[in-house]
Design a protein around this ligand. Structure first.
Ligand code: NAG
Ligand code: NAG
Ligand code: NAG
Ligand code: NAG
Ligand code: NAG
Length: 360
């Protein structure tokens, strides 16, 4: 009886899984928060150890609305966040698939490194489910794309990018809080940022053997979509489900900023030369400055368009992260005032900061 259902036949004919007997769940099933393991209850989001992803990370089918009505107040926010989470989950899942315990112990990293990476992968899988559940069944839930993270088979390159991804996700979560309509969403976003911070702190202590502390306050930047937009560099063009909306929405698609090859240091007070993924649109009659963000502060400094040089404000501490944008107004007080960036400068560990901000 079931096998003759047109929906099941459709799914069976499009299923890309190796085991033809296990059909992916339907949108109606996945739209039910009680379907599958529940984050906060199921140990699968902490203690699962296996190379293969589990639900929902193993379900690449986009989830269609199964009810009619207006979108929930924070549906758009969580659609963006779910797309970002697919990037982050896939980053860890690729590491779990590529490496094993010896990949890390052979280089002198602690023997629990691979174990922790699997546990972080599991936590991120839980985020996928939490963010899916945070979008109402009136709205579409984006599916995963294919990703290339550039770490290949190099565990150190993976660990360096891990630090960047965790600090970036903390920063866009504190920005998304400022977009949220519902108080419950604000709480959920703050709680998720704590999880990312724990992942980051683990790496700072155990992997990089550095202080985990980043000063009295992490960096706040209000334009979260600009940070999420940076993760588009990991998405293989044309690989997203065709039903996925633009990511992030709205997307400015600003030129990315990197430091030039040969940059020696990114300390406060340092003059730096930057390069753009494409030339920013400069309007005649306007003046452009670099705006640096650190903690709760921003500082506007000159940007020399003839040399693409600027100077990281000497007043900043070299802790946590610093962000730089190019803007047509001091303090970048509006979204539209930003014409390029942001560039994320990871201040800890200093040894990897230059590598991470160079164009890849
Ligand atoms: C996905 O993982 C779940 C366990 O979390 C499993 O029951 C299901 O069969 C898997 N689906 C596929 C298509 O492999
Ligand atoms: C790591 O090494 C410690 C001490 O040698 C040992 O007790 C522990 O079981 C090891 N952990 C793993 C995950 O191999
Ligand atoms: C959010 O919290 C504030 C402060 O407690 C309250 O005034 C407001 O009504 C809440 N908003 C919603 C949508 O529940
Ligand atoms: C500065 O950046 C612009 C925009 O990408 C580029 O056209 C120009 O060649 C760069 N200038 C130098 C001196 O590298
Ligand atoms: C930068 O700081 C100025 C002055 O405090 C403030 O008006 C402006 O909104 C800040 N910019 C952003 C993007 O928060």
């Amino acid at each position: 009886m079931h096998a003759s259902s047109p929906i099941l036949l459709f799914l069976a004919s499009t299923a890309v899984y190796a085991a033809p007997t296990s059909l992916p769940p339907t949108s109606a099933q996945v739209n039910d928060p009680k379907y599958g393991p529940i984050p906060g209850q199921s140990t699968v989001f902490n203690t699962y150890r296996g190379k293969e992803p589990t639900f929902p990370g193993n379900d690449s089918a986009p989830i269609f609305p199964t009810t009619k009505g207006p979108p929930g107040p924070d549906d758009l926010l969580f659609q963006n966040l779910l797309s970002a989470e697919w990037v982050i989950f896939s980053f860890y899942q690729q590491a779990v698939s590529t490496f094993n315990a010896r990949s890390f112990t052979a280089l002198g990293f602690p023997n629990h490194t691979y174990d922790r990476i699997q546990e972080i992968r599991d936590n991120e899988n839980g985020h996928l489910r939490i963010f899916q559940d945070s979008i109402s069944s009136n709205s579409y839930k984006p599916g995963p794309c294919e990703y290339s993270f550039g770490f290949g088979a190099d565990p150190v390159a993976f660990l360096a990018t891990q630090t960047l991804i965790e600090v970036a996700s903390m920063a866009f979560l504190t920005g998304l809080v400022q977009q949220a309509q519902l108080n419950a969403s604000k709480g959920a976003l703050t709680a998720a940022s704590q999880t990312e911070t724990r992942h980051e702190v683990w790496a700072l202590i155990d992997i990089w053997k550095t202080s985990p502390f980043g000063g009295p306050i992490d960096t706040v930047y209000p334009y979260a979509n600009q940070i999420m937009d940076l993760t588009n560099t990991f998405i293989i063009p044309g690989s997203c489900p065709r039903s996925n909306p633009v990511y992030p929405d709205p997307r400015q698609g600003l030129p990315r900023i990197s430091t030039v090859d040969g940059t020696k240091s990114l300390q406060a007070g340092q003059e730096i030369e930057v390069t753009f993924s494409e030339a920013p649109e400069f309007e005649t009659g306007k003046s452009y400055s670099a705006v640096f963000f650190h903690g709760f502060l921003n500082v506007t400094v000159p940007f020399d368009r003839a040399t693409n040089k600027t100077t990281i404000p000497a007043t900043f501490e070299n802790l946590g992260l610093t962000m730089m944008v190019l803007a047509d107004e001091a303090g970048a007080p509006s979204l539209d005032s930003v014409v390029a960036g942001p560039m994320i400068i990871v201040n800890q560990p200093a040894a990897i900061s230059v590598e991470l901000s160079e164009a890849s």
